[in-house]
Design a protein around this ligand. Structure first.
Ligand code: AMP
Length: 172
């Protein structure tokens, strides 16, 4: 299945969660067994030769993409969550979203110093989320090896500068 075919299974929802946002709803792609498999297999092809210790996944749609990739790659899975969900001591970072403010947290001891981390989320828009995740990994002592997305909204992401490669399967 090509990225274009995968894109055709992703539903566009107008004005969600706020007026002016065209929400990319991946539930329609995930519920189709062949499409979900194609998403994971295509993304895996992009990372299979990368030297990484951990895949860090962002709540909640990042989990759906990153967890099967960690399993396939044989990498550890590190969980980044919305505030107040993780039980042990956390690193906390606030950030601006395409539609508001939010914050992310990760356990302080989730990553050992110098470990190589690939950050995974479903979609890159303004980059606020991934920049917060990036800071969290660095504050923990990890080294970010790259960022992986199913979808990149290029109009919003084009000005972004990162210290590691951005890999996205679908650019739109
Ligand atoms: P950003 O921080 O602006 O790059 O936004 C990325 C995060 O917000 C991801 O976790 C996405 O799941 C979510 N998100 C932002 N914009 C959209 C959109 N247009 N459609 C679906 N999810 C979005």
């Amino acid at each position: 299945m090509t990225p274009e075919e995968i894109l055709s299974h992703i539903r566009n929802v107008k004005d969600f969660p706020k007026k002016g946002i065209l929400f990319k709803d991946i539930t329609t792609a995930l519920k189709d067994a062949q499409t979900y498999k194609a998403i994971i297999d295509n993304l895996y092809e992009q990372i299979k030769d990368m030297d990484i210790d951990y895949i860090a996944v962002i709540e909640s749609r990042g989990y759906l993409i990153g967890a099967p990739l960690a399993y396939k790659k044989g990498a550890g899975l590190v969980i980044i969550r919305k505030p107040g969900k993780l039980p042990a001591e956390v690193i906390h970072e606030e950030y601006a979203l395409e539609y508001g403010m939010d914050a992310l947290e990760m356990h302080k001891d989730a990553i050992e110093k110098g470990k190589k981390v690939l950050i995974v989320d479903d979609l890159l828009a303004t980059g606020g989320t991934i920049q917060a995740a990036d800071k969290i990994i660095q504050r923990a002592g990890g080294k970010v090896s790259g960022y992986l997305f199913l979808i990149e909204l290029t109009e919003l992401s084009q000005e972004l500068k990162f210290n590691a490669p951005i890999i996205s399967l679908i650019k739109c």
